[in-house]
Design a protein around this ligand. Structure first.
Ligand code: ZN
Ligand code: ZN
Length: 354
């Protein structure tokens, strides 16, 4: 969100107090972290980005809540994206809180340099396969490395799995897709949902070829499991927007947005296109960090369409020589789109027992 984020407090049905702290995690981009006080527990959910402004806002929020970083018993991360875990670096020296994260995100938090090196290489290969010119590729990789350089590894004290997905009154569910180790956390009648559902847009997605356990398939499955898990009138607190209760409506809107993006891709795929060309057809022109984000999103859609047999690669010989793949749809767009709609909605009625 870019508008004014504000401090607020909430009381849960079980007697916990939740303080919502607004942080400017990047210039004009705000996030919320949540400080929970209950009995002897003082728990921080997410930590900001690690920029100077983010850390300053975090300390101001602690003051406002009347809690000191030294009082924290635990820090729980909804997922390892830089705007949610980057703040650990400055926070760590101020507290003995035990830091917990899902095991699929532990490498990013605790062994950051190696993870960064590996991921940068996978992104480089993804961008080359997508058909991006070498010069643009290099500049995007520089941008990627710069945003991550804010952080240095901080040890993880426990994973949520090791605790059986419970910590006292907090209950976690693993929701991979937006990020491999994304979780939502339930406390009484409140749910902290991280970036699982964000207002007005599809949360960021990237192909599994870059981040295993991410991608559209996982995300759609997680949306359905999240919807069932929240079954009831919960207040949802997320990473970037105001609290909301109408989760089902938000999830429907997200599914609708996804189908619209896929429609644009399929309309364009009557002729053979590289992923970069598909990206242009869906999103138009962009540059800088935004270009990297929309290319990753497009990569997730293309991966989904290809793996589900809706598009084909028309230049196998060129691909073998290391040239970018060109994709084309296998049926007319309306037939494919009704197939996608069926699939997206099938996630709501099947796979109930997972
Ligand atoms: Zn995120
Ligand atoms: Zn976020």
């Amino acid at each position: 969100m870019t508008e004014n984020a504000t401090y607020a407090t909430f009381e849960t049905s079980g007697g916990a107090t939740i303080h919502r702290l607004p942080l400017e995690v990047f210039p004009n981009f705000w996030a919320y972290v949540y400080l929970v006080a209950m009995d002897d527990l003082r728990v921080l959910i997410d930590s900001g980005s690690g920029t100077e402004a983010s850390h300053k806002n975090l300390l101001e929020g602690f003051d406002q809540a009347g809690i000191r970083p030294g009082d924290l018993t635990h820090i729980l991360l909804t997922h390892a994206h830089i705007d949610h875990y980057g703040g650990l670096r400055q926070l760590k020296p101020l507290t003995n809180a035990r830091i917990g994260v899902h095991e699929l995100d532990a490498q990013t938090v605790a062994h950051h340099e190696a993870r960064l090196a590996l991921t940068a290489r996978r992104i480089a290969s993804f961008l080359a396969d997508a058909g991006l010119a070498e010069e643009t590729r290099d500049s995007l990789l520089d941008i990627y490395r710069f945003t991550k350089i804010l952080y240095q590894s901080v040890p993880v004290d426990f994973t949520f799995e090791s605790l059986g997905m419970n910590l006292g009154p907090f209950e976690m569910i693993h929701l991979p897709g937006h990020c491999p180790g994304h979780v939502a956390i339930r406390l009484h009648d409140y749910i902290f949902c991280g970036d699982m559902v964000v207002e007005g847009v599809i949360p960021h997605l990237a192909p599994e070829s870059i981040y295993p356990h991410s991608g559209l398939d996982h995300y759609l499955d997680s949306l359905a499991r999240f919807q069932r898990w929240t079954n009831g009138a919960w207040l949802i607190l997320n990473g970037h927007n105001d609290a909301f209760t109408d989760l089902s409506a938000r999830i429907e809107a997200t599914r609708g947005n996804l189908v619209r993006r896929m429609r644009r891709a399929l309309e364009a795929l009557g002729e053979p296109l590289t992923a970069v060309e598909i990206c242009r057809a869906i999103y138009g022109e962009a540059g800088g960090y935004n270009l990297l984000l929309i290319l990753e999103k497009t990569g997730a859609y293309v991966e989904y369409l290809y793996e589900h047999g809706m598009i084909e690669i028309v230049n196998a010989n060129e691909v073998e020589q290391g040239l970018p793949a060109r994709y084309r749809r296998l049926l007319n767009e309306d037939a494919l789109l009704s197939g996608i709609e069926r699939k997206v909605n099938a996630y709501t009625s099947t796979q109930v027992n997972r």
